[in-house]
Design a protein around this ligand. Structure first.
Ligand code: CS2
Length: 494
């Protein structure tokens, strides 16, 4: 990363030179750690770190965050050199402001020192572990079911070598915590998965079983470890040189860990924290008994529509989500996806109208200051589309309803996986199942490609795979996209 010669670096010493409104809400280094966060990406820095800092400023508590990056050594080095400080720029067409966040108490690189991470999980001061490790980290089937057996995970669970995977770190940490009698703790998934708390509990239980964990430890986990579900929301694109330049401009110092985000943020959290938690509600989070309806709403009406925009936009050659939304007829198609398919597929949380929520989502996607790349949202489709689109389709079809617009999203993903834009430029497929998807999508005809994709049972559930009407709908869309490209397909559909 290029550093501007002459610009000094963000660190504790630089804080007093910052404009007052850009300074942290808490005095960095004065709050001791109570949280370990796994996954130090842009999303965590602009979401949970911001909520936590506000909660600390308003309600106090020993809830500093030790940020653990699984593999990103550069980021850990940068944050350490900046005294764990980074800035968040909040961007909209009308306004932009930048503030340094002081919630990180420390940073660690799991790949370099897994034992330190295990020791943290066994530290009685740590009572909450939050995770943003992306959808693909939750695949677990070391016993070799239908999922890919992950050799690193099997080794983590069956040997004494230092753990290299997220479930490996968690299992080793919980064993050490039990041995140290370090008290209750909550493990909080902040990834975009349905029932993410239950899913994490399942992952940990399976991993404990696979590792041959003694029953008293399993019982201790059952009684002393909370797995609250959450719905997390804020659009936070991967940082680019422009992000860093904007932060430098606002702060007058170089911040190599800067992130930029939209103004909107939401966090709905199930209140299951046996060791206590920060007063996140003071920062606007909603603590509740069941985040499920909120997760469904967000996954289907935001993330599903995001994926639709990403695949159709990328095929049409659009670099960003906001550019894609400006394609003729795309917003109309997304509104019909929302109103006719998404809204008809589930019961939203009390008091929420899915179509109104969808309008707000489209306005957020149109934020011109957030340059969210279509290719970033398009990645890992095999891990995202089940909860974003396939569940919508499954619920509609089970109720005997069509899923016309959701079928278009599947067709766009298949077309995307075929590897080129409408005008023949290459499209990379960044996906843990890229090979299988690419060879299925490359079948001779649209109907064969759809059949081959529907046969990928790691992605497509059997009731969807067997649905002849859906097969016909996706094939018809894929045929249109193949022969005419995105704009005429959209124009012909509305
Ligand atoms: C996006 C999400 O990259 C993606 O797949 O759909 O990261 C989205 O920006 C967030 O979930 C918004 O909260």
């Amino acid at each position: 990363m290029a550093v501007t010669v002459g610009a000094s670096r963000l660190d504790l010493g630089a804080l007093r030179r910052l404009p007052a409104e850009a300074r942290p809400l808490v005095r960095p280094g004065t709050v001791s750690a109570g949280i370990v966060h796994l996954g130090l990406g842009a999303f965590h820095r602009a979401h949970q770190a911001v909520y936590t800092e506000q909660a600390l400023a308003l309600a106090g508590g020993d809830w500093g965050i030790v940020g653990v990056a699984p593999r990103n050594a550069d980021l850990v080095r940068i944050l350490a050199a900046q005294d764990n400080l980074f800035s968040v720029s909040t961007l909209s067409a009308a306004d932009r402001h930048t503030r340094v966040v002081g919630a990180l108490a420390d940073v660690r690189l799991a790949a370099a020192d897994p034992h330190a991470v295990v020791a943290l999980l066994a530290d009685p001061a740590i009572r909450v572990v939050t995770l943003t490790v992306t959808e693909k980290a939750y695949q677990l089937d070391p016993a070799g079911g239908t999922l890919r057996p992950d050799p690193a995970l099997v080794a983590d669970l069956t040997t004494d070598r230092p753990p290299a995977t997220v479930p490996g770190l968690l299992v080793r940490g919980l064993l050490a915590r039990h041995a140290a009698d370090a008290g209750p703790i909550a493990l909080v998934s902040c990834d975009n998965l349905p029932a993410n708390g239950r899913r994490l509990r399942g992952l940990v239980s399976q991993a404990l079983a696979y590792a041959g964990t003694p029953q008293p430890v399993v019982d201790w986990v059952g009684a002393q470890v909370g797995f609250p579900g959450t719905m997390v929301d804020r659009i936070v694109p991967a940082s680019t040189p422009d992000t860093l330049a904007a932060a430098r401009h606002a702060l007058g110092v170089e911040d190599l860990a800067a992130v930029a985000a939209e103004p909107y943020a939401q966090w709905v959290v199930e209140n299951d924290f046996p060791g206590g938690r920060p007063a996140w509600e003071r920062a606007g989070a909603v603590l509740c008994a069941d985040a499920g309806p909120w997760e469904r709403l967000k996954l289907r009406a935001l993330n599903g529509v995001h994926s639709a925009t990403a695949y159709l936009g990328a095929l049409a050659g659009c670099e960003t989500i906001a550019d894609a939304l400006a394609l003729p007829h795309l917003a109309t198609v997304l509104r019909r996806l929302l109103a006719e398919d998404v809204a008809a597929s589930f019961t939203p949380p009390d008091g929420v109208d899915v179509v109104d929520y969808g309008e707000q989502v489209l306005a957020r996607f149109g934020n011109p200051a957030i340059r969210h790349r279509t290719l970033q949202v398009a990645m890992d489709g095999s891990q995202k589309l089940p909860q974003r689109i396939l569940h919508t389709i499954a619920d509609l079809r089970a109720a005997g309803r069509p899923a016309r617009w959701a079928a278009l999203v599947l067709a766009a993903w298949i077309r995307f996986a075929q590897g080129s834009t409408d005008d023949g430029r290459p499209l990379p497929l960044d996906d843990p199942l890229a090979e299988q998807i690419q060879s299925a999508a490359a079948a001779a005809s649209p109907a064969d490609a759809v059949a081959a994709i529907f046969a990928l049972d790691e992605i497509v559930p059997p009731e969807i795979a067997a649905d002849a009407q859906l097969h016909a709908d996706v094939t018809a869309w894929l045929t249109d996209l193949t022969h005419h490209g995105v704009p005429p397909t959209l124009a012909g559909a509305v």
